[in-house]
Design a protein around this ligand. Structure first.
Ligand SMILES: Cc1cc2nc3c(=O)[nH]c(=O)nc-3n(C[C@H](O)[C@H](O)[C@H](O)COP(=O)(O)OP(=O)(O)OC[C@H]3O[C@@H](n4cnc5c(N)ncnc54)[C@H](O)[C@@H]3O)c2cc1C
Length: 397
């Protein structure tokens, strides 16, 4: 018998009926995103992933969806509600992690930072083009020597008349080599944190952006090293409302909320592929879904996906009420990222040899889960944030 091809079961897995808790507007947006993902992304993404090439045309067509700017409301941003924000991450992740990251970095981290921490003039200057995706954004916090220890950033900003002179290095910066605007985090001479918006970064003297090659996950989105050598940026480009790292962490907290949903989406997609395959693939004269050990894997996957979905829903309800603590969002991020790793691995097992072929999608979801596990705070850092909230003792430093 021929090996079955993977036609994705369109019935989305939702055993505990999250669906019933959505209103019509949320459902309509979810369906729009799902349809875009399943028609534009899923059938086309694998060759880009394999070549580690950014699918520019596909990614730019995301502007057909009313999702850029997420919860922001000014300058044409769509003002998504908390559930909608989660569902966008979930559906994008079900399609492809690289596209999800392109969106998350542009809309959540870069535009989200400008929307939350820029002055009225700065928002009017940058938001309209970013909301329309005429300009792509990037967010530069991590450095070669500073990852988890984000408050220890070494990049400096020295004032010189109307300008700041930036020196330092950034690492892993998503979208950087295609960006029109990069928010660079640096410390000024008083040790104060600043967010500096670099415009037209490809043409700035002293700024070198080099893509990082050889990634085994999220291969279709570009991440870069950035070197800043006496880069001049006008003082008007310093975000007006950054007071301390708490402001950066507020943006990252929303990022973690999105990543908790992202992890759940990646796991759900892997499970759906695995179930579809197990029902079609025959060994010993019957579908492999009829073997108890395969059913055990399917049940474990379904259970973990359900728990991830439920955690996201509860987190959303707390966030809606302004009750989401750092510990809550860190728990959801670390738990879901860890479970996404496990579920995608089980899915890959169900497919046997076919599980390692990019054509069958699961290998991409599986290796992308490795990135989800590390970014927006590693597993360890998020666990320690929960530990700090439980005990009152900071074990991170
Ligand atoms: C694909 C990708 C995209 C990214 N995109 C961006 C981006 O757009 N912008 C950006 O600014 N950053 C980005 N990042 C960076 C990401 O946020 C960092 O990789 C992450 O914060 C971890 O930092 P690190 O890799 O330097 O690891 P490290 O901080 O060096 O950690 C290494 C290990 O040590 C552990 N560890 C560290 N400190 C502690 C501690 N106190 N207790 C216990 N364990 C500890 C970590 O958990 C980890 O297991 C991206 C990363 C990746 C991989």
């Amino acid at each position: 018998m021929a090996v079955p091809t993977l036609e994705k079961t369109l019935a989305a897995f939702d055993l505990y009926r999250m669906e019933d808790h959505f209103n019509d507007k949320q459902r309509a947006l979810r369906d729009k995103v799902r349809s875009w993902v399943q028609t534009r992304v899923v059938p086309n993404i694998n060759p880009y992933w394999e070549k580690a090439e950014f699918p520019r045309e596909i990614a730019m067509s995301i502007k057909e969806l009313p999702i850029i700017g997420g919860p922001l409301t000014e300058h044409g941003a769509p003002g998504l509600d908390i559930i909608e924000l989660g569902l966008v991450s979930y559906e994008l992740a079900k399609g492809d992690g690289s596209i999800g990251t392109f969106y998350g970095v542009h809309s959540g981290l870069a535009l989200g930072t400008i929307g939350a921490l820029g002055s009225a003039e700065q928002k009017a200057r940058w938001m309209p083009d970013m909301v329309n995706l005429k300009k792509i954004g990037a967010f530069g916090l991590t450095e070669p020597n500073v990852g988890s220890n984000a408050t220890g950033i070494e990049t400096t900003a020295r004032q010189d008349g109307d300008y700041y002179i930036l020196n330092g290095a950034k690492r892993w910066i998503g979208n950087a080599s295609i960006a029109d605007l990069i928010v660079i985090w640096a410390r000024d001479e008083d040790g104060k944190l600043g967010g500096f918006v670099l415009e037209d970064p490809q043409n700035i003297d002293g700024l070198t952006i080099s893509d990082i090659w050889g990634k085994v996950g999220k291969r279709a989105v570009l991440n870069a090293d950035i070197l800043l050598e006496n880069v001049r940026v006008h003082k008007d480009n310093r975000l007006a409302n950054v007071r301390s790292f708490r402001d950066t962490f507020m943006v990252l907290g929303m990022g973690r909320y999105g990543v908790a949903w992202e992890a759940a989406g990646a796991a759900a997609a892997a499970f759906e592929y695995a179930l579809d395959y197990a029902l079609k693939r025959e060994q010993f004269g019957k579908p492999i879904a009829s073997f108890q050990l395969i059913q055990q894997k399917l049940v474990e996957m379904a259970t973990e996906v359900t728990l991830m979905q439920q955690l996201c829903m509860s987190l959303a309800r707390n966030l809606e009420k302004g009750m989401m603590s750092e510990g809550m969002v860190s728990m959801a991020k670390y738990n879901n990222a860890r479970k996404a790793r496990y579920v995608t691995q089980l899915a890959r097992e169900v497919l046997g040899g076919n599980g390692i072929l990019i054509d069958n999608h699961i290998a991409r979801l599986w290796t992308d889960a490795e990135v989800i596990y590390t970014y927006e705070g590693t597993n360890e850092i998020n666990m320690l944030i929960v530990g700090r909230e439980l005990t009152g003792i900071n074990a991170i430093v």
